[in-house]
Design a protein around this ligand. Sequence first.
Ligand SMILES: NC(=O)c1ccc[n+]([C@@H]2O[C@H](COP(=O)([O-])OP(=O)(O)OC[C@H]3O[C@@H](n4cnc5c(N)ncnc54)[C@H](OP(=O)(O)O)[C@@H]3O)[C@@H](O)[C@H]2O)c1
Length: 268
Amino acid sequence: MMPSYGLRGRAAVVTGGTRGIGRAVAGALAAAGALVCVSARDADEVRSTAAALGGTGLAGSVAEPEHARELTRLALGEFGRLDILVNNAATNRPYGPLMDADPGAWREAFTVNVEGPLRLTQCAWRGWMREHGGSVVNICTEGATHVGPDVGAYGTSKAALLHLTRQLAGELAPRVRVNSVSPGLVRTELARFMWEPREAEIAAGLPLGRIGEPEDVAGAVLWLCSDAARWVTGADILVDGGTRVRAAHAPAGGRGEPGDRPPGPAPA
Ligand SMILES: NC(=O)c1ccc[n+]([C@@H]2O[C@H](COP(=O)([O-])OP(=O)(O)OC[C@H]3O[C@@H](n4cnc5c(N)ncnc54)[C@H](OP(=O)(O)O)[C@@H]3O)[C@@H](O)[C@H]2O)c1
């Protein structure tokens, strides 16, 4: 069971809150007593998730500036406040070598993964947080600080989101804290193409012995949203099962030679 961290009565917007990590975050916030507003493109999923959480929701894409404005208006109208914004929705397209990247798909990656979070933060700031304070958490990726095959657009946009997090943390302090959480490989639809074909092999190479579950990430987000993290801003919390330290990890059954290690996950 998640600790409540005193979120009772606070109001939260979670983008991409209908499945995967966003759904786990929305569920954890609701279980901690927060009022939750979710967004995603699939209207049926938004409706059923909002109902399950006893909250509200709006269908649309974070790529649309009008969606950011409407979502903020909805949360403020329904709850009368907006204390927490979790920028979780993202795309991992276009997939493949950057020399083949279609300009429209490249632009879309930055619109969804970087501009969307900025627009929503602007709306939350103007509508509530500038005056009353708040906490923004951006979901980045463990892979944002290094390179990998075929994920150039995703990695570059997430590196920009990491930088945006720090920039905003400085600009919006002391009223608003802005942090990020960077997951390793987590069992969701977005990353299915990576974990499904070789989960056992990847898990065996991770110091904590398994790939992540959405709830593993939600715990860190919940903490950052809460007053327990009141002196934390501009931070990035890795929730990666030890992905970054796996080079020092001896897999169960013996130390082996460095070349014996199963390959770790590429950034998801
Ligand atoms: N899974 C991993 O291994 C992993 C690792 C590192 C980082 N992350 C990050 O974690 C976050 C969540 O990913 P996930 O793995 O949970 O993905 P997921 O299971 O595919 O869920 C994505 C959610 O975002 C929504 N969404 C997608 N595009 C959207 C858009 N343009 N506007 C609004 N909503 C949108 C989806 O609903 P609709 O399709 O209905 O819009 C869904 O609710 C992302 O920021 C991702 O980069 C994931």
